[in-house]
Design a protein around this ligand. Structure first.
Ligand SMILES: Cc1cc2nc3c(=O)[nH]c(=O)nc-3n(C[C@H](O)[C@H](O)[C@H](O)COP(=O)(O)O)c2cc1C
Length: 188
């Protein structure tokens, strides 16, 4: 069983990174093979809305814009569960998270078969380290994304400066729980 943790902050020592680390620790504790990627360290440009709105994403379910997106998209097919962490910027996901999500859902939403993400569990985490404003609307956007890619909604966790002490523990527990469930479904 494999879990992919996707983070999306430029800061290596901020709240998002702390959330990602707790997710990693919880996942590893349960014995799943755990990979962490940071979208800010990848070359993933924003969607170009090719060909008057829809490009190869609509009928061929691939993005025609060549960068690091393709490799990560294929990697997601090999994974069994996901933990997606974004800082809250402007009441929303970070720019790197938005760029990736925009392209990913275009490739997955209209697939007739061979979905990469359908029924795979997602834990979504929004880290609002400023006022705390926007944590709910950011999680709402993340929920729409999970819907669009036909994922399974495992948990949505909002983290702020005020609640981080217990929410970091919650993230550890959520990652552990999701990983345990994945391990239990493994066929021997
Ligand atoms: C452009 C920008 C917009 C932000 N907007 C919000 C916001 O709407 N609400 C909030 O609570 N914090 C906001 N913040 C603060 C970030 O959520 C906070 O810095 C968070 O801890 C970022 O995660 P990091 O420490 O992992 O980088 C914003 C920060 C930046 C840089």
């Amino acid at each position: 069983m494999r879990v992919l943790i996707i983070t999306s902050s430029p800061n290596k020592d901020g709240l998002t990174a702390a959330c990602g680390e707790q997710a990693r620790l919880g996942s590893v504790f349960s014995g799943v093979d755990t990979t962490v990627v940071n979208l800010n360290e990848m070359d993933i440009a924003m969607c170009k809305a090719c060909d008057r709105g829809w490009g190869a994403c609509r009928n061929q379910n691939v993005c025609q814009q060549k960068d690091d997106f393709q490799k990560l998209h294929i990697t997601m097919n090999e994974m069994d569960g996901f933990i997606f962490v974004t800082p809250v910027y402007w009441w929303d996901m970070s720019e790197s998270a938005k760029a990736f999500v925009d392209r990913l859902r275009r490739c997955e939403a209209f697939k007739k078969e061979g979905h990469y993400l359908s029924n795979k569990p997602f834990v979504c985490i929004a880290a609002a380290g400023g006022t705390g404003n926007g944590v709910v609307s950011c999680l709402t956007t993340m929920e729409k994304f999970v819907d669009h890619v036909k994922g399974l909604k495992y948990d949505f966790i909002g983290v702020t400066k005020r609640n981080k002490d217990y929410k970091l523990k919650t993230i550890y527990e959520a990652a552990k729980s999701m990983a345990n469930e994945l391990m239990q479904t493994r066929t021997i």
